[in-house]
Write a protein that binds this ligand. Sequence first.
Ligand SMILES: Nc1ncnc2c1ncn2[C@@H]1O[C@H](COP(=O)(O)OP(=O)(O)O)[C@@H](O)[C@H]1O
Ligand SMILES: [Mg+2]
Length: 292
Amino acid sequence: MLTITDLVKVYPTGARALNGVSFTVDEPKVVAIIGPSGAGKSTLLRCINRLVEPTSGHIELDGTDIVALSRRGLRKARRRMGMIFQEYNLVERLTVMENLLSGRLGYVGFWRAFRRKFPPGDVSAAFDLLDRVGLTGYHNTRADALSGGERQRVGIARALMQRPELLLVDEPTASLDPKTSRQIMRLLVELAREHNTPALVNIHDVALAQTFADRIIGLADGRIVFDGLPGEMNPDVLTRIYGEEDWSTTIRKVEEEDENGDDTVDEAGKEKAAAKKKPGEEKGFIREASAG
Ligand SMILES: Nc1ncnc2c1ncn2[C@@H]1O[C@H](COP(=O)(O)OP(=O)(O)O)[C@@H](O)[C@H]1O
Ligand SMILES: [Mg+2]
């Protein structure tokens, strides 16, 4: 699926953000990339969709050499990757539905999208995804009226609208409270599994990574210093990744959280969404879309 070989990124400032990173993702699993601030996590994700130009190395996604692509080829390849951001990157003054459909912009063409004539199939897929992320009834709500957790639900649904072959997720919960963070991570992992889509998730929270990821890659100073299973994390590994500290409390925290794991939160989220649903709001967007 994804093979990265000897990836190096040196920024014009001289910062060596990636120092020869190699790994393969050959199963549709959730891979957490952990590491301290400045380790190169964001640079790595951004090289994969070439928001950042790699200095050297190879990136292959399902047979496509990403680094060699022309502008046009790159546009096509980017549609195969869904990106989810810490700050959500929603268009604030557009509705939830408009934000979701913008995930299909690459497919429908600029003018068609501009006039909001989205294919009915896209509109119904968007409604299905909204239900799935627990935002039933929010389609006409403007993005700027949403809470952080709701925004990230829209961010996840928007990325999935592309039907991506790979999800690139950069610190999805860094702006959220601990409980919402767990709900969002749980949702992300469930959806990646349901869609059989591998996900690379940058996350600085070790406990979250351990609880939700299938595999953990530890980055330090632009190099991979750990690549293994969540259960293989221990104080030595954390020292390799983050440096010398007393990590025993961090590891214990993970075990405690697992025992008290709260599995009812997604249902609660859905109920809350359903409660907020206002009758009469329903068809607003569709009418606009078909009149477009
Ligand atoms: N646009 C940039 N220009 C110059 N240096 C950068 C840029 N972006 C990141 N860096 C540097 O590259 C290194 C890795 O940064 P980053 O990939 O953002 O790490 P992380 O996401 O793990 O915090 C850091 O030293 C950072 O200062
Ligand atoms: Mg980062």
